[in-house]
Design a protein around this ligand. Structure first.
Ligand code: AMP
Ligand code: MG
Length: 484
């Protein structure tokens, strides 16, 4: 069977200077480990063709089909606050773009496809654990309605790759995204003072993500605002799910508003704004509660990069950009309140009730996801399960009374809550269990069992209670690693 894919490579055609044409590494024994057939079909790709040796050649990157124009993208970025003028795809390739049956354009992107000229000291590799982790968590986010890149497939390479705790199976993740343009892509040309290239990039990004702004007056400022609104909405959704991205560098902040780069990310269990999982985030820069401030900081870096295109007079450009960032902050606050209003089944945000709920959680180590699962019974008058989550349940009663009073129609409120409050999230101990089985026993059973739950996060399944439960008290604390 021959694999035929109609690639349409706009990035390669339009953005010279922003990439290096490159090839994937040749692998000793490439094998498909998991294929997202439903996603492949939705993209208009032939799922059974992707399972063939030719398909695996594409998904593992060692033998790309005709029409692909593989390349490593250049970008810059602030990592933990420090600027690197040249980062780029050190171990990744943009294979090409495809247009789905609805006319939407998607990047097909490989992570772990071998060293590129941007690899610096890195080995260009990825290993099975983190690849499957990104697969699970990004699919969970998609099912939760959060904009995200998505996993198309995971392959092993047949190589062993040395990592912190010894040799691991080498792997490649194939993912799709609305694009891989980042704040750092703009910073790359801005830092070099290449204004013409920056303008070209802006035009490209507008055509791809905000085509209605094409030719508009003040297009750069309007574009900044659009990116800001998408990111504000995104982070508000993260906050509503207890999601901690873990490495919100400007090169991991997309123009599309999709979540990208599931390295050290994890879901918070016990509520604590200081929650951090990443081994290298010692200052808590990317802690749960800091994510909104960080996204504004990253947007300010995008604003800086765009300044010469916003207005030739720097003072005017700065004033205009500041107004945009102020409006984005207002958008964020409204989105955050709306997210929590929906989680509570309220018709309209009640800022005091929502703020006081966060206050209630303070120091109580309440499981964030389970709290919302216990609310429907409490609305109907049985607050036993809810109160049992608190060390000092008596403090909860007055809030609960106000909450019940705010709900006009309990059945409608509960229906709304059940549509947004997940039962199944990729809890850290379950993810670890799935990855351990895959890495050390070659057993994909636990991975598929967890994937099935998180792909239908709102639908209770009898007998699957452990997937909805917090980690046992004696479970080790989870530490996550970057660049794995
Ligand atoms: P990340 O923290 O995964 O977003 O990656 C930050 C930068 O490091 C990007 O430029 C990556 O391409 C690069 N990088 C991460 N891991 C590796 C690796 N194993 N080999 C080469 N480059 C890497
Ligand atoms: Mg990255």
């Amino acid at each position: 069977m021959s694999l035929s894919i109609a690639f349409d490579n706009s990035y390669a055609q339009e953005l010279s200077g922003l990439y290096t044409p490159w090839q994937g590494q040749d692998w000793p024994d490439p094998q498909l480990v998991v294929l997202n057939s439903a996603l492949a079909t939705a993209l208009g790709l032939d799922a059974s063709g992707l399972e063939s040796p030719e398909g695996v050649g594409l998904l593992a990157g060692h033998a790309l089909p005709d029409g692909a124009r593989p390349l490593a993208q250049a970008y810059a970025g602030h990592q933990f606050g420090g600027f690197s003028p040249q980062l780029g795809d050190g171990r990744a390739l943009l294979v090409g773009e495809v247009i789905d049956p609805q006319g939407a354009r998607w990047d097909i992107h490989l992570k772990g496809s071998g060293r590129t000229p941007f690899a610096r000291g890195g080995d260009g590799r990825a290993v099975l654990g983190p690849v499957l982790r990104e697969y699970l968590v990004s699919e969970a986010m998609a099912a939760l309605g959060v904009p995200t890149t998505r996993a198309l497939a995971a392959c092993t390479t047949g190589d062993r790759v040395l990592r912190q705790f010894g040799p691991e199976p080498g792997a490649v993740l194939a993912r799709i995204g609305a694009s891989h343009l980042r704040v750092g892509t703009f910073q790359f040309f801005a830092a070099r003072g290449e204004r013409d290239k920056l303008r070209l990039l802006l035009d490209y990004a507008i055509a791809r993500h905000d085509p209605d702004l094409t030719g508009a007056d003040h297009a750069a400022a309007l574009f900044l605002e659009r990116v800001g609104q998408r990111q504000a909405r995104l982070v508000a959704q993260w906050m509503g799910l207890g999601f901690v991205h873990g490495v919100m560098n400007t090169d991991n902040t997309t123009i599309s508003g999709e979540t990208i780069d599931y390295g050290p990310c994890a879901f918070m269990e016990a509520y604590d704004p200081a929650t951090v999982f990443s081994s290298i985030d010692r200052m808590g820069r990317y802690a749960y509660g800091n994510q909104p401030a960080i996204v504004f900081w990253n947007l300010a870096r995008l604003a800086e990069a765009l300044l010469p295109l916003i207005d030739p007079l720097e003072d005017r450009a700065i004033a205009r950009a500041s107004e945009v960032i102020d409006r984005v902050q207002t958008t964020y606050r409204a989105e955050w309140a709306a997210v929590f209003a929906r989680k509570l089944g309220l018709d309209a945000p009640d800022p005091a009730l929502i703020a006081d709920m966060h206050q209630l959680w303070d120091g109580q180590r309440v499981d964030f996801t389970s709290f919302f699962q216990a609310l429907p019974a409490a609305v109907l008058g049985d607050s036993t399960a809810l109160l049992a989550m608190f060390d000092t349940p008596e403090a909860v009663a007055p809030w609960l009374e106000r909450y019940r009073a705010a709900i006009a129609d309990p059945q409608a409120a509960i229906a709304q809550m059940r549509a947004v409050n997940p039962l199944y999230i990729p809890r850290n101990h379950l993810v670890e269990e799935a990855l351990q089985a895959a890495r050390f026993q070659g057993d994909m059973g636990p991975f598929h069992a967890l994937l099935a739950r998180v792909q239908a996060p709102f639908d209770p399944v009898a007998g699957m209670e452990r997937y909805a439960s917090p980690a046992p008290a004696d479970a080790p604390a989870i530490v996550t690693y970057c660049g794995t």
